[in-house]
Design a protein around this ligand. Structure first.
Ligand SMILES: Nc1ncnc2c1ncn2[C@@H]1O[C@H](COP(=O)(O)OP(=O)(O)OP(=O)(O)O)[C@@H](O)[C@H]1O
Ligand SMILES: [Mg+2]
Length: 455
């Protein structure tokens, strides 16, 4: 049994009620806190998050209903379920409270059964609401930026194929936007109101992936049931995104193949199979045909998944998208970090366009975030764009693109200092220790190299 159960906040001005509720709930392993007024309740909720609040209707100071109204203003994710406690005289108020968003009410005199059932249901309901909300947020339609010929073609293909139920396999190097395409397919489909559920096959070890995909039914040593709903079941009515499908073991591949063929599957340890209706979209950065030759990927599964192939081209093959992507990400991070809007100088843009982007759009996005963090000024020049790797990697002459020894020295210094600043999380004192420099010296160097301090 878990040592620390869900958190419950008890709000009642009568000490004996606080005490008995605390006793009952603590026996059931809830973590209880008890307060005696609406004001202290709200203060406690601002400090800590609770899953359930047991709230007396009649309270000195602001009463139960007013407290409830304030709780309903909390952001969804941190809002507890509220159960009202009512005396004989105020059942009607309690009913009104449920209309205002309370989950339920319990009437005095309180009994152990009433309290424990209502609290348990409230927690269950709240967790389900949160999960639903999360699935909805995941569905937000993403914007695919870029007007190069290959991206226009991709958008066209998306429009044509989104409405069908055909399985889609998305190919593309790491960071090209495969997940974005999968989400767009979902958002443009008739299933857009259903869930989009993702499983990353590379992130999970083999034994976990099966229970993640199919769910399980077990009994713990102490006899309590341990049921897990698989992601495939959660995707019912929506889209199921199998990311990094090339990293699935042969054993899991066999099970997935069966589930795809039969549209049903059995949770591990469950006696019955479950039927699902989900559109399957898979993605991989591997060459699956080569994996098939090597015996790492099942050919039959490949053909089942690859009904409609999509290819997201690497960023270096659509360099004309780089300026608009870079500008987009600069704007996004300036907003997120509360910085002034920025613009890229022509030289800076030219350097970005020339680079070969092995990490594709993700690398560009990360670089723009780093620039926003490190450089407060509005105009970003080429020297603020740490693409020395680009120079090193473009052919065999690592110092191409440098005009003088001074520039080489500065680029190396800038790169090294930036790295140490990153390692020290922007802490200049720590970075100066790592670099063996006086703090004031490092400041001066940073200034002359155009590195802004995060502090
Ligand atoms: N065309 C685009 N427009 C806007 N943002 C993009 C575009 N392509 C990619 N991105 C952004 O770049 C990042 C990487 O994209 P995504 O996660 O879709 O790539 P991926 O191909 O799934 O990568 P990996 O193989 O590493 O999983 C995300 O933050 C995504 O939003
Ligand atoms: Mg991905």
């Amino acid at each position: 049994m878990p040592l620390r159960g869900p958190k419950v906040l008890i709000v009642d001005d009568e000490a004996n009620i606080r005490q008995s509720l605390r006793g009952v709930l603590s026996d059931e392993d809830y973590q209880c806190t008890a307060v005696n007024s609406g004001e202290t309740c709200l203060a406690e909720l601002a400090r800590e998050s609770y899953e359930v609040v047991l709230l007396d209707i009649w309270l000195p100071g602001i009463d139960g209903l007013a407290t409830l109204a304030r709780i309903q203003e909390l952001p969804f994710g941190s809002r507890p379920a509220v159960v009202m406690i009512s005396g004989h005289g105020n059942i009607e108020t309690a009913v009104k409270a449920t209309k205002l968003g309370a989950f339920d009410f319990i009437e005095k005199p309180l009994t152990i059964e009433k309290v424990s059932v209502v609290v348990k249901n409230a927690i269950q309901q709240r967790r389900m609401d949160l999960e639903l909300q999360r699935l909805h947020e995941d569905n937000a339609s993403p914007e695919i930026i870029g007007d190069s010929v290959p991206m226009k073609a991709l958008r066209q293909q998306l429009k044509l194929m989104a409405g069908t139920n055909g399985r889609v396999l998305i190919f593309g190097e790491s960071g090209t936007g495969k997940e974005l395409v999968a989400r767009a397919l979902h958002a443009l489909s008739q299933r857009a109101n259903g869930p989009f559920v993702e499983v990353n096959c590379a992130a999970l070890p083999d034994d976990l992936i099966e229970s993640e995909l199919f769910g399980h039914r077990r009994t713990n040593l102490d006899g309590t049931p341990d049921h897990k709903i698989g992601k495939l079941q959660k995707a019912h009515g929506g889209t199921f995104f199998l990311d990094e499908v090339g990293d699935m073991s042969l054993k899991t591949q066999a099970k997935v193949l069966r589930a795809l063929d039969e549209h049903r599957f059995e949770p591990l340890g469950a006696p019955q199979s479950i039927q699902v209706n989900a559109r399957v979209v898979a993605a991989t950065n591997k060459n699956l045909e080569r994996e098939i030759e090597r015996g790492n990927f099942r050919e039959d599964l490949f053909y089942r998944l690859n009904v409609i192939p999509f290819t997201v081209p690497p960023l270096r093959e659509r360099a004309e998208d780089i300026p608009v992507l870079a500008t987009h990400f600069l704007r996004e991070f300036s907003l997120a970090y509360g910085r002034r809007p920025k613009e890229l100088s022509e030289d800076a843009l030219a350097a970005l366009v020339k680079y070969h982007w092995p990490g594709n759009v993700r690398e560009l996005r990360n670089l723009m975030e780093r620039i926003v963090i490190l450089h407060p000024q509005r105009r970003i020049e080429a020297r603020h764009v740490p693409l020395d790797a680009a120079r090193k990697n473009s052919g065999n002459k690592p110092w191409d693109g440098f005009g003088s020894l001074q520039e080489v020295k500065e680029a190396a210094e800038r790169d090294y200092i930036l790295r140490k600043l990153e390692e020290s999380n922007g802490n200049v004192t720590r970075a100066s220790e790592m670099l063996g420099l006086e703090r004031s010296n490092l400041y001066r160097k940073m200034k002359s190299l155009g590195i802004a301090s995060k502090e």
